[in-house]
Design a protein around this ligand. Structure first.
Ligand SMILES: Cc1ncc(COP(=O)(O)O)c(C=O)c1O
Length: 391
């Protein structure tokens, strides 16, 4: 292994959300918030040091190198040809979603989304005074599928202005296929529903799973969609705030850019974020990503094997990408409520309670972040086994 994924960092000292929430026991293991426990690819430090050395943080433009890197990244990885003028940058993915809700829907409008849904996305819809319409994902043989009939029926019934697509999907771990995306686009196009696509989890993929950005689906998708990505989840640069927004359709873009101007986000160019993103999109962290994916895959396989070998009463929904495992605990004899509290009290593990963080379809589930060192993972599995054995 070339990179230091086994190295333990002191995340309590760096004010990590995951490890350092007030009131947590000293020996708590943080498996909630979706970031990584690892140091970043070396190219990130190399990109940031010259900026800190110059020590000047004036208003900055995006560099030509940045635009070349983003356009090249989409072409190389997805065979998607975008134009530099389709691009803009805002400080966060959720912020971009919230902006899109304000631009393409009015207060009182309906917004359809596959549930369970990540709470901040729900808050974005509620914060825009819009109504969230749920299209529940269907669990089929340990794998979630989209209920297309329900999706179309709800669109006919509630006439949503927008479909908030989360692909790859959090928390179910699904990476939607081209076929699924084509069907979704077809329905949205037919009923005049625009698509806001949150693709923040697209960077880490297992096996043959391939991410397809919404604008790479087809021409119809380009006419009705806003594509949002951030490199934060894959490369652990959450505190280098950025989200990259791509809008192909000229009218939709005009409306979008008007608000970029209104928020003055053209000036809010974080020089550190832009430098890190440029380096990553030029491919300088590709080898690191390959190794990270292997490390996370091994962690995931270890959890699945541990559950099988120890007959733990947990049903995993194996993620096709990212680093979050959705587990059905309904057969564990621990009830279906306050599961976060159970694991905190009995195992000193802070993880995400399904209902609290993802709504009613998350009841009886937990989500664990397995982007921890393998040593920490082993300790967590032991603690989970011990806690469940006492039930
Ligand atoms: C689906 C989804 N979108 C957005 C975010 C957060 O992205 P950002 O920090 O860029 O707002 C997360 C974080 O877990 C997420 O799971």
């Amino acid at each position: 292994m070339k990179y230091e994924f086994d190295r333990t960092l002191d995340h309590r000292k760096n004010y990590s959300y995951r490890w350092g929430m007030p009131g947590m026991p000293e020996d708590v293991i943080g498996m909630g918030t979706a970031d990584l426990d690892f140091t970043c690819a070396p190219c990130i430090r190399e990109a940031l040091v010259p900026i800190a050395t110059e020590n000047c943080y004036n208003y900055r433009q995006h560099t030509p190198e940045y635009y070349d890197a983003v356009v090249g990244w989409y072409k190389k990885n997805y065979n998607l040809q975008i134009e530099p003028e389709w691009l803009s940058n805002v400080p966060s993915t959720i912020g971009a979603v919230r902006m899109a809700l304000g631009i393409y829907a009015k207060p009182g409008d309906a917004v359809i989304v596959q549930t369970p849904v990540f709470s901040p996305l729900r808050w974005a819809v509620e914060g825009a005074d819009q109504t969230l319409i749920s299209n529940p994902m269907k669990p089929v043989n340990g794998h979630y599928e989209i209920d297309f009939d329900d999706f179309e029926e709800k669109i006919r019934k509630y006439h949503p202005s927008l479909y908030l697509l989360v692909n790859p999907h959090n928390p179910t771990g699904r990476v939607f296929t081209k076929e699924e995306l084509e069907r979704l686009v077809e329905i949205c196009y037919r009923y005049n529903v625009r698509i806001v696509s949150d693709e923040v989890h697209c960077l880490i993929l297992y096996g043959d799973n391939r991410h397809i950005p919404i604008l790479a689906v087809n021409q119809k998708a380009q006419e009705i969609s806003v594509q949002i990505v951030s490199l934060s989840k894959g490369y652990n640069i959450m505190s280098l705030p950025h989200a990259i927004i791509t809008v192909a359709d000229p009218q939709m873009r005009q409306a979008w850019m008007r608000q970029i101007q209104a928020y003055s986000f053209g000036y809010a160019v974080n020089s550190f974020a832009i430098a890190a993103v440029t380096s990553i999109m030029k491919g300088e962290a590709d080898e690191w990503m390959q190794e990270l994916t292997g490390y996370l895959y091994n962690n995931l396989q270890e959890i699945l094997k541990y559950i099988r070998d120890n007959n733990l009463p947990l049903v995993p929904y194996v993620p096709e990408g990212s680093f979050l495992l959705w587990l059905d605990c309904s057969k564990a004899g621990i009830g279906t409520e306050n599961l976060g509290r159970f694991f905190m009290e009995k195992a000193h593990i802070d993880l995400d309670d399904g209902e609290e963080n993802f709504g009613s379809e998350g009841k009886g589930y937990i989500r664990i972040n397995f982007a921890v060192t393998n040593k920490v993972l082993k300790e967590a599995l032991e603690r989970i086994r011990a806690a469940l054995s006492e039930v």
